[in-house]
Design a protein around this ligand. Structure first.
Ligand code: CA
Length: 423
């Protein structure tokens, strides 16, 4: 049987070369339709969603516990572990292949199991157990450091020695398409003697990739590189919405709190680690070399293109304001996970790790408005004379990401969010 990542594979379902969902991808999500059935697990293929619950009921997929596909979240399936993930993906690939007749020549089953993407509602794909956000792009950390502390103290002394992070809120992680209300908070603009309470005036996004943890680790246990990697089920695009003015007043001494707690958006499709395997790359050289527990024997970065579009309410389509790549990250997702567990912190099925804002070395590769507008001093020019330094009510932010294969791309779809006025 050919490997599901084989670039020569084709599905009997036509897939445009520009689609994010060829047979080489097969990302998992949770969807519902108007037929009254509860949200359940599906896989994206071209312009369709493959209904896995229909397939297990027809005894086409063997997963030990078929009910995992009737769940409104992927957590029960993820808990079955990497051998089952891999076997299931191989079987789905086989069922969708152009040269495999089982589903292709069964019109009744196709009718039940293949739902046009246009007819589905996509839901949160996981129950988020815990959400941790890292700060692992050297370019982003340097840009922010230069703005707030000056060029000579841009990177804090600890930054080159470990992946810096903080524990965020799992309760407000939402799926793409969820509207985001402008947060309120304590603000103390420069020059003000005392803080006041009100709507954020410097609302921002952060372009990130989220790692979805599919296997637990025990409290007290350290993770070797290989084990950490095998705990990763897949990846989502993540927008870590940020209130810069709230952040600036609150972040000393314990780091971000309310500035990041009001919303975090993720893409509805989880692209599996296995599907990204052909796109692995070495990250930037780490100098000084990390401590032994953080050293990597294999490449753990990915060559993944990312872009961000901004659409003001008066605009018809989004204008691209950032184009960058996940490969620039200084600390890899595997290193983040190894470090996270290193104290003895237990990891759970459904944990979500944000990579940190992904900025690259060039100006057009900056992954937040804080950097793009250089702390509000340079505005972004949009069509119709519209200018932005930070997000305004009615603005819509769209992030996309994909890995380019030979004649196909393995992508995430998009994560979109529109800003609503504060209450
Ligand atoms: Ca962040």
């Amino acid at each position: 049987m050919p490997h599901p990542n084989d670039p020569k594979l084709r599905s009997f379902i036509p897939v445009d070369p520009a689609s994010d969902f060829p047979i080489q991808n097969l990302p998992y999500g949770v969807f519902s339709t108007k037929d009254g059935l509860a949200p359940r697990v599906g896989v994206a293929i071209g312009d369709y969603v493959l209904d896995l619950w229909q397939l297990v009921q027809d005894c086409r997929i063997d997963v030990v516990e078929p009910a995992v596909f009737a769940a409104a979240m992927l957590n029960p399936f993820m808990a079955l572990g990497p051998t089952v993930w891999s076997r299931t993906r191989a079987r789905i690939s086989e069922l969708l292949r152009a040269d495999h007749s089982e589903l292709r020549d069964n019109p009744k089953l196709r009718q039940r199991a293949l739902v046009p993407m246009a007819d589905v509602k996509l839901h949160m794909p996981i129950a988020v157990a815990g959400y941790t956000d890292f700060y692992s792009s050297k370019e982003h950390a340097t840009n922010v450091g230069v703005m707030f502390r000056g060029k000579d103290n841009a990177l804090q002394p600890n930054w080159l020695h470990m992946p810096i992070g903080y524990n965020g809120r799992a309760s407000t992680v939402v799926v793409s398409g969820t509207k985001v209300r402008r947060p309120r908070g304590q603000l103390k603009p420069p020059g003000a003697e005392l803080p006041s309470f009100g709507p954020c005036k410097r609302l921002d996004f952060e372009l990130e990739i989220g790692v979805v943890i599919g296997q637990p680790s025990a409290m007290g246990e350290m993770l070797p590189e290989r084990q950490a990697e095998e705990m990763i089920f897949g990846f989502v695009i993540l927008n870590d919405w940020s209130a810069r003015d709230i952040q600036q007043w609150e972040y000393v001494p314990l780091g971000p709190f309310q500035a990041k707690a009001f919303a975090t958006s993720i893409s509805p499709w989880i692209v599996t680690r296995e599907a990204l395997e052909p796109f692995r790359r070495h990250g930037p050289e780490q100098d000084p070399p990390p401590l032994p527990y953080l050293r990597q024997a294999q490449p753990n970065n990915y060559d993944m293109k990312l872009d961000v579009g901004l659409r003001a309410a008066q605009m018809n389509e989004a204008q691209t304001i950032c184009r960058t790549n996940f490969k620039y990250m200084y600390w890899s997702s595997v290193q983040q996970l190894v470090h996270h567990a290193s104290s003895g912190c237990a990891m759970n099925v459904g944990d979500l790790l944000g990579s940190g804002t992904i900025s690259g070395p060039e100006k057009h590769q900056r992954g937040s408005l804080l950097e793009i507008s250089w702390n509000g001093t340079e505005s972004v020019e949009l069509p119709r004379g519209i200018k932005r330094t930070f997000l305004e009510d009615g603005d819509s932010l769209v992030m996309r990401g994909w890995c380019q294969g030979d004649g196909f791309r393995v992508g995430f779809g998009e994560v979109e969010g529109t800003i609503m006025p504060a209450e």
